[in-house]
Ligand binder design. Structure first.
Ligand SMILES: [Zn+2]
Ligand SMILES: [Zn+2]
Length: 307
């Protein structure tokens, strides 16, 4: 016996509209399932005629025949499936969080540095991409997935920074039985919220793990330029790497540096570049939350043997 998916029109107060039955038992199920109510409802219809009709597969929503309109998907014709299932899901409004000091922006709880180009455009695009979900049907289950997890869907995100609008366009299939991709557009509005990021907040209170004390005979601007370049490079890799303060003294310069490994890298460069003498010391200042001892380090760098 051949098993069929049969789509029938139900009486208005029935919630079922789809049955599975073999060709032989279908008439029996029809009667068992709907019983007298159906008979009453269908009293004016020719039941025999109806039976032969529904043996052909058709869309339960609009009645389109599968033979004419292409494969049914979950009982729906191609057009009704596309109308009932939206591919593109986006929030109406986004909040773009940007650090007013350094221009870092936040995506899903993490701060990112702008990679070049317009900050608002890049931040809005990245936040938009993280918020988009695409419908995808696998193994009979409909899921909303992140764009990177859905194969063969073309997605374009265009930011209009002056209007505060993001245009999104997606082209692709939700279900593998779809004969044509769905083409959908959506628009999101966005607002900018300026805050101070974690790194800038620490810099602001002159947070440091180590002081690099540079003493001796040298051109101050050379040293400042060298160490600021090293800090900037480190900051590109690690947001919490920075010089929070530079103090000028009669006999040299003090750099307040976070974290310790950046201070060591700086001292290492001064040692090789200026043949400096480097000494490290530490002072216990308390305990970290995990119970480990907390130190402030001082790295003394002496250049050229001067005072
Ligand atoms: Zn239909
Ligand atoms: Zn910042």
């Amino acid at each position: 016996m051949r098993e069929l998916f049969i789509s029938i029109s139900c009486p208005p107060d029935f919630s079922h509209s789809l049955l599975v039955a073999c060709e032989n038992c279908f008439p029996q199920i029809w009667e068992d399932f709907y019983g007298e109510r159906l008979v009453a409802w269908e009293a004016s219809l020719n039941l025999e005629e109806k039976r032969s009709d529904v043996m052909r597969r058709f869309c339960y929503r609009c009645g389109a025949l599968e033979a004419e309109q292409g494969p049914l998907i979950n009982g729906l014709c191609q057009r009704c499936f596309a109308e009932e299932n939206r591919l593109l899901h986006v929030p109406q409004e986004l909040e773009i969080i940007i650090c007013g000091r350094c221009g870092a922006y936040m995506v899903e709880g993490k701060w990112h540095r702008v990679s070049g180009g317009d900050l608002v455009t890049e931040a809005a695009k990245m936040v938009a991409l993280s918020s988009i979900r695409l419908a995808h049907s696998t193994l009979g289950e409909m899921k909303l997935l992140r764009p990177e997890d859905v194969p063969k869907v073309a997605l374009s995100v265009r930011v209009r920074p002056d209007d505060g609008i993001i245009d999104v366009r997606a082209t692709g299939k939700i279900h593998e039985l779809q004969t044509e991709p769905q083409i959908e557009e959506a628009h999101m509005t966005f607002k900018i919220k300026r805050v101070t990021c974690d790194a800038c907040a620490l810099k602001n209170v002159h947070h440091y793990e180590a002081i690099v004390q540079v003493r001796g005979k040298f051109k101050r601007s050379d040293i400042v330029k060298t160490l600021e370049r090293i800090a900037a490079e480190a900051g590109n890799q690690e947001r919490m790497a920075f010089i929070s303060k530079v103090e000028e003294h009669k006999n040299g310069l003090d750099f307040y540096v976070n974290p310790m490994r950046l201070a060591r890298r700086m001292a290492g460069v001064l040692k090789s570049k200026f043949d400096a003498e480097v000494k490290e010391s530490r002072k216990l200042v308390g305990q970290k939350r995990d119970g480990r001892k907390k130190y402030k380090f001082t790295i003394s760098v002496r250049i050229g043997g001067g005072s």
